[in-house]
Design a protein around this ligand. Structure first.
Ligand code: FAD
Length: 279
């Protein structure tokens, strides 16, 4: 089996205080040796500059850093400029996304879907960037149906994506069925599961509603039963997500991409439980 890839995702901090907390999280997480670290990007929003600044700090720390780049609402010249800035900063990876239209923003811009962004990055920069795209084992919330969504995923791969990171999920069967269906369609790039640690039930429920990720009923019920007992939620969450990751890796997943939420504790605990240092 090819080497499995383990990566971490962060979001740009909004204040000097949260930037300092992120640096503290890095002090714990970066020595674990992830293959690369990605930083999210807010479509049309103020976090765009934050992504760049955060990426620059990671590069300075010697990390293979991957900015997320969403194209909705953007022009080609705007994306061209961003790509050049990243090239100048020594970046070789990009997570290419459509993004979601920010509320109040009307113009879709010059890109409609992520496959157009992937094609544009390839036409502008050749093979300079290793491109990751998003994939949805539980189907993108706006997709007409699962088959259409899968074909749209293939468009991104055909446009030149090297790999995919999935939306998070808690049902390993959703992932294996998605990988099987992708393989049948001729998709051969690695599809790396996105892993969301469970630390806070109300936040997780909110995110999951927004992005179409399902929290299985038995997990919801158990989490609800803990009420405000944060320690019990974290302990149960760690157990559930550890088992999920174990199943995924045993089933041949090409790696794991951890949504760290800028916190070191949960990802470090998962890393230790999975004995990833020994890999
Ligand atoms: P697309 O691949 O364009 O798909 C979006 C929808 O359009 C799907 O329903 C698809 O079936 C359909 N579609 C795709 N191509 C076509 C086509 N050619 N013709 C017709 N229909 C099509 N959001 C952010 O704002 N910032 C981030 O940093 C960010 N990071 C993310 C990281 C990961 C790993 C994931 C899984 C999601 C991330 N998102 C981020 C959320 C993402 O932007 C949203 O899920 C968005 O709604 C879709 O982006 P996409 O790149 O998957 O879009």
């Amino acid at each position: 089996m090819a080497t499995q890839i383990f990566s971490f995702e962060f979001f740009p901090p909004k204040s000097e205080e949260t930037a300092e907390k992120l640096r503290q999280a890095w002090n714990t997480l970066l020595p674990l040796g992830p293959k690369y670290c990605s930083v999210t990007f807010g479509a049309g929003g103020s976090t765009q500059q934050g992504t760049y600044e955060t990426i620059k700090e990671l590069v300075q720390r010697g990390v293979d850093a991957a900015p997320h780049l969403s194209c909705i609402g953007s022009t080609k010249s705007n994306i061209r400029e961003i790509l050049q800035r990243y090239r100048d900063a020594g970046v070789h990876r990009i997570v290419a996304l459509r993004g979601d239209m920010p509320s109040g923003m009307q113009e879709a811009g010059e890109f409609r879907h992520a496959n157009e962004l992937v094609a544009f990055i390839r036409s502008e920069t050749g093979s300079h960037f290793h491109i990751e795209v998003a994939a949805y084992p539980e189907v993108h919330p706006q997709a007409a149906n699962a088959q259409v969504d899968l074909k749209n995923f293939k468009r991104k791969v055909d446009a030149g994506a090297n790999a995919a990171i999935t939306q998070y999920f808690f049902n390993p069967d959703a992932y294996s069925a998605f990988v099987d269906a992708s393989t049948k369609l001729g998709i051969t790039v690695p599809i790396v599961p996105g892993i969301m640690p469970i630390t806070n039930y109300s936040q997780l429920a909110r995110f999951s509603d927004a992005c179409g990720a399902e929290i299985p009923r038995w997990i919801r019920k158990r989490l609800e039963s803990f009420g405000d007992d944060r320690a019990a939620i974290k302990a149960f969450g760690l157990e559930v997500v550890t088992h999920l990751c174990e199943k995924l890796l045993a089933g041949g997943a090409p790696g794991l991409h951890f949504y760290t939420m800028n916190q070191a504790e949960a990802t470090t605990a998962l890393w230790r439980n999975l004995k990833l240092d020994a890999r």
